[in-house]
Design a protein around this ligand. Structure first.
Ligand SMILES: [Zn+2]
Length: 400
């Protein structure tokens, strides 16, 4: 990666970026049709051969023949097998029945398998067969670019993450900062709590970065062999290598990855601020675990005067304020891409945007291994961004 003194924020889309002219395709049967039959045929086909997974593909292709000024219509009849020996053998009987009455002559052609995610992709796709293009329907700030003010705010919270990831931790751990972007305040900030004592973790596991040779990784971290061995989302099983510590076992847990602890802390804050709304969510009254603990105070005071921590005092003064539903509308900032468990927890929490600095080649849930932001079966989708750090931030990480 080129060194730079600039911050750069990159949107990680819901499907892998493909070169516009290398779109995966699927085979379909198509046929020229007479315009007078078009409505009837399309109505029939929508019933007997709906193209459920190809909603972005237009059923009818229209072409004006330049010499005669006539309109030529071609319709997609149905999916075709990827391999075929005899052209018309695999046309379903229902579709086959339309061939004679409507004078069809089926042939096999290709259409793009996935909906275009950019105008450039869409233009290339339409050269093969027309598709429709809908820019992302979710209205999330930043997908179309960030304002200078937003960029500064994002950098500021990423600096908090870096400070937390390096401070007092040897080796490095992951840090998570949940922010309410509407008021630019920190709701919760936590680090991995997977080890009894992060200072004693002397695991010599090789960093997964070395093994994968991911070109996105910066040399600074790569040279620190093993320096990432304590990052929970990256090394899902390293916790099992630590000596069993019965005295301190309440301070750590294999699943206490930074995002999970931050979510817990955010929930504790909610319960503290809205003690009477527990019936709504079916939760018990539980005292916040560490809202006022000395450790928490120490952590918040080390974050500099320009970062505001939401203590919730305003909310306490204004009892009419409604309890937010989990983390709806909030952003989370992380040093490393979360693992699938953490990424799924952030779906459940209704997080709006995720920002991370480094990909997670072993277990990443947001593009490296899985891509939850593009998982259609989920009922919530966040926007994901990678933040490329400037040199001084990288140097700070390298000092660990
Ligand atoms: Zn994780």
């Amino acid at each position: 990666m080129d060194s730079s003194d600039k911050w750069e924020i990159i949107h990680i889309p819901e499907k892998p970026a493909l070169s516009p002219d290398h779109q995966p395709t699927v085979k379909v049967y198509a046929s020229l049709i007479k315009p007078k039959f078009a409505n009837t045929i399309v109505r029939h086909l929508c019933k007997i051969a709906p193209l459920e997974d190809l909603r972005h593909v237009k059923r009818v292709k229209k072409k004006i023949l330049p010499d005669r000024g006539e309109t030529q219509l071609t319709v997609i009849l149905c999916l075709a097998p990827e391999r075929h020996d005899h052209l018309n053998d695999s046309i379903p009987p229902d579709v086959q029945k339309l061939v004679d009455p409507y004078e069809l002559s089926p042939f096999i052609t290709e259409v793009c398998k996935y909906a275009a995610v950019s105008k450039e992709e869409w233009e290339e796709q339409s050269k093969i067969w027309p598709t429709s293009f809908h820019p992302p329907t979710y209205n999330i700030d930043g997908i179309g670019g960030f304002s200078e003010e937003d960029t500064q705010s994002i950098c500021k919270f990423m600096r908090v993450v870096i400070d937390m990831a390096v401070s007092g931790h040897k080796p490095l751990v992951n840090a998570a900062v949940i922010v309410d972007p509407s008021v630019r305040r920190i709701i919760a900030s936590e680090t991995d709590q997977v080890y009894a004592s992060s200072g004693d973790n002397t695991s010599t596991e090789t960093s997964p970065y070395k093994e994968t040779g991911d070109i996105c990784l910066n040399d600074t971290l790569e040279k620190q062999n093993g320096s990432l061995s304590a990052v929970a989302c990256l090394n899902l099983w390293n916790w099992s290598l630590q000596p069993h510590d019965t005295e301190n076992c309440s301070l750590w847990h294999p699943l206490r990855h930074a995002s999970m602890v931050a979510i817990e802390s955010s929930s504790a804050r909610d319960r503290h601020l809205f003690p009477n709304s527990s019936e709504i969510f079916g939760q018990d009254h539980v005292q916040p675990s560490n809202m006022d603990s000395p450790a928490k105070k120490q952590k918040t005071s080390s974050q500099g005067p320009d970062v505001q921590i939401d203590s919730g005092e305003e909310t306490l003064r204004n009892p009419s304020m409604e309890r937010p539903y989990l983390c709806t509308g909030y952003d989370i900032f992380l040093l490393l891409e979360p693992c699938t468990m953490c990424a799924m927890a952030l779906v459940h929490q209704r997080i709006k945007r995720i920002f991370y600095a480094f990909p997670n080649p072993t277990a990443g849930g947001l593009g490296s291994v899985h891509r939850l932001q593009g998982e259609k079966s989920l009922n919530h989708h966040y926007a994901v961004f990678r933040v490329l750090l400037p040199d001084d931030a990288l140097r700070q990480l390298a000092t660990v």
